[in-house]
Design a protein around this ligand. Structure first.
Ligand code: SAM
Length: 216
């Protein structure tokens, strides 16, 4: 994937503090927290894909101390930020962040099985072929009855749902025709075929949260 599409981040403080701050992450955390808190397993292993700055990991791991949260990132430059957020919060239930390309086959076998998979705002930045690998690996990585929470902007019946989304989708496509928003129906069909029950939840700012439950 081209690295032109990173979310806006800024550094937390001067000097030794490696924490990066993403305002988008900050906005999404509270929305996701509200939606997911009632259904998250209280114990078990979580794998977060494309963790970004590490803000999501800290927010959830702090509130769910009996979950073991494994953050991961394809960009090695983000790993120090994730570790710094973890260390600053003093959380023992966040593992050292790992380098993981979610679109390359093999990670499910290496890092699964997990009880919960968490992925925010990646699918519009990858190609259809990369998405197919990611979804296939995700199902392989989940334990039976495990849950995959997938959040982001999506197409519905092949269409964007606001002028802002149309502009963002078009700008992604103009920079790389292989990427852009993915269709809800494609993800639903793929995940059902792979053995998951699929539920979509409307979220603020036209985003959607897919809850993908691996059948027993
Ligand atoms: C829009 S940011 C979202 C970050 C974080 N999930 C959040 O919501 O704050 C997309 C992230 O995906 C990461 N990324 C891009 N391609 C990836 C891949 N193939 N596998 C894993 N992470 C990837 C980028 O490095 C970046 O941190």
């Amino acid at each position: 994937m081209s690295r032109k599409f990173q979310a806006e981040t800024h550094t937390f403080g001067a000097g030794e503090d490696n924490r990066l701050v993403s305002p988008a992450a900050e906005r999404n955390i509270s929305r996701l927290f509200e939606a997911l808190s009632p259904i998250l397993p209280k114990t078990g292993k979580v794998l977060e894909l494309a963790s970004g700055t590490g803000q999501h990991a800290v927010a959830f791991a702090k509130a769910f101390p009996n979950l073991v949260w494994q953050p991961s990132e394809n960009d090695p430059g983000k790993l120090p930020s994730i570790a710094a957020w973890r260390d600053n919060a003093g959380l023992l239930n966040i593992r050292d962040p790992i380098r993981l390309n979610a679109c390359r086959p093999g990670w499910a076998h290496r890092y699964g099985p997990v009880d919960f998979l968490y992925l925010v705002n990646l699918t519009h930045l990858i190609s259809d072929a990369e998405l197919a690998v990611l979804l296939d690996e995700a199902v392989q990585a989940l334990r039976p009855n495990g849950l995959f929470a997938l959040y982001g902007p999506f197409l519905r019946n092949g269409r964007t749902t606001s002028a802002g989304d149309a502009a963002f989708h078009a700008s992604l496509r103009s920079q790389d025709p292989s990427i852009g928003y993915k269709d809800v129906e494609v993800i639903s069909d793929t995940m059902q075929a792979l053995g998951c029950d699929v539920t979509w939840r409307e979220m603020p700012a036209n985003n959607l949260l897919a809850l993908l439950l691996k059948r027993m």
